[in-house]
Design a protein around this ligand. Sequence first.
Ligand SMILES: C[S@@+](CC[C@H](N)C(=O)[O-])C[C@H]1O[C@@H](n2cnc3c(N)ncnc32)[C@H](O)[C@@H]1O
Length: 249
Amino acid sequence: MLDYEKEAGDYDALRGGEARAEAAARAVLGLTPGGAGRLLDVACGTGIVTRRLAAARPRLRVTGVDLTPAMVGMAAARLPGAVVRADSRRLPFPDAAFDAVTSIWLLHLLDDPEDVRTVVAECARVLRPGGVYVTTVDKAAAHDVGSDIDAVLADRPRRPAADAAATVTEHAVRHGLRPAGETVFRGTGQGRSPRSAIADLRRGWFTVLPPGGPRTEEFAARLARLPDQDRPRADPSFRVCAFRRPAAV
Ligand SMILES: C[S@@+](CC[C@H](N)C(=O)[O-])C[C@H]1O[C@@H](n2cnc3c(N)ncnc32)[C@H](O)[C@@H]1O
């Protein structure tokens, strides 16, 4: 996983900024019942999405939780008193405490498949009957938009997607949730150009291609031969799934 302590300062600018945050918040709220009273944003990061969730529905009490101190510091500045530092594998909240729980761009980061199961279980545990869990799935696949850059990167080594929709659904169902719809949001401004893809490679964003490694530099050289080095290709579209805890009978 990237070192989010180091990423925090540039995080918002490098991840599509406010336009991406707005699109992500709209997707989450579109899958969250209007009457929801308490929402937990798991792995809230800098709070760029979290604060939009809170602003869009003034009657929604929003709490953010994240593990990385620098990210928590930025989120807490945006949402004073509403951000907690904690591990999403052990959420510090009682059972059934929230009407909605969301995790945007978390599950794909988890290296150990058992962690994905544990996080989904924790999100389900803190959800009240009738509540909804909304999460991104298949994150890495979203970046493949069929461009010339993707053609160059097609044969790169990859690790299996930790956040595959089928896997996340299986965990959710095992922990008492039922599929309850899905949507996508646009990663506005996140379309790659050859030059930005080279920078991402050298930053270590392609987790199995270490910065400075010979294969990494091979891909960088191939990307450097593409035309229009600074022209961004299409924006990615990120998939978001919702799961509901059935209401008590
Ligand atoms: C890609 S960022 C997403 C942030 C935010 N949801 C957004 O969409 O902007 C991933 C975040 O997950 C957090 N994170 C990683 N592992 C975590 C864990 N086990 N528990 C809580 N947060 C975690 C990182 O600190 C980072 O802030």
